[in-house]
Design a protein around this ligand. Structure first.
Ligand code: HEC
Length: 154
């Protein structure tokens, strides 16, 4: 009887440990996925900015980088920031508590970005370099507009 009880306790303890470990693993994956998408955004934005500084920018590079911005829209949306994926997860993250404290503001910051990014994507498809340049500034402002309150400075 006692050994059964001990065994039972051991099983409960083992599953609690496994559950805690699983929880931590889940957030590691979630946080890494959004950070990777942000890094890709950073690289794409830099590539576009670098082209636009040149006297003869490559439309091809700008278009390829814009496709990368298009494809990461979902990976940086509020859904990529579930409750519990802040610093309390124990995973290194620059996501600030404001994301969860004022979710409507976070969603607005995302919606502003998504609207400008889609507009930019359309302008890039049109190929007019001066229009691309003007719209790209607006995209950059909405990246910064979200970072201002929601991302810790390094
Ligand atoms: C809706 C808000 C939001 C928008 C829009 C947004 N970001 Fe971020 N960004 C964040 C947050 C929050 C983090 C911190 C994520 C983390 O560490 O978990 C971040 C992190 C980053 C990082 C660091 C990634 C790393 O871990 O090394 C880069 C680079 C970055 N963003 C670039 C961009 C660029 C470029 C854009 C626009 C094209 C953009 N972001 C748009 C909120 C946003």
């Amino acid at each position: 009887m006692r050994s059964l009880l001990t065994l039972g306790l051991a099983v409960v303890t083992a599953s609690a440990v496994a559950f805690a470990a699983l929880g931590a693993t889940d957030m590691t994956f979630t946080i890494k996925a959004r950070q990777d998408a942000m890094k890709a955004n950073g690289a794409a934005a830099k590539a576009i900015g670098d082209e636009l500084k040149k006297s003869d920018p490559s439309l091809k590079i700008i278009q390829d980088s814009t496709k990368s911005l298009d494809s990461s829209l979902g990976s940086i949306s509020p859904a990529a920031f579930p409750a519990g994926s802040g610093t309390e997860s124990g995973v290194k993250t620059a996501a600030l508590p404001a994301i969860w404290a004022t979710p409507a503001d976070f969603k607005t910051a995302y919606d502003n970005y998504a609207a400008e990014e889609k507009k930019f994507s359309g302008v890039v498809a049109g190929g007019d370099m001066s229009a691309i340049k003007a719209e790209f500034d607006n995209v950059g402002k909405t990246c910064g507009g979200c970072h201002r309150n929601n991302r810790a400075k390094d």
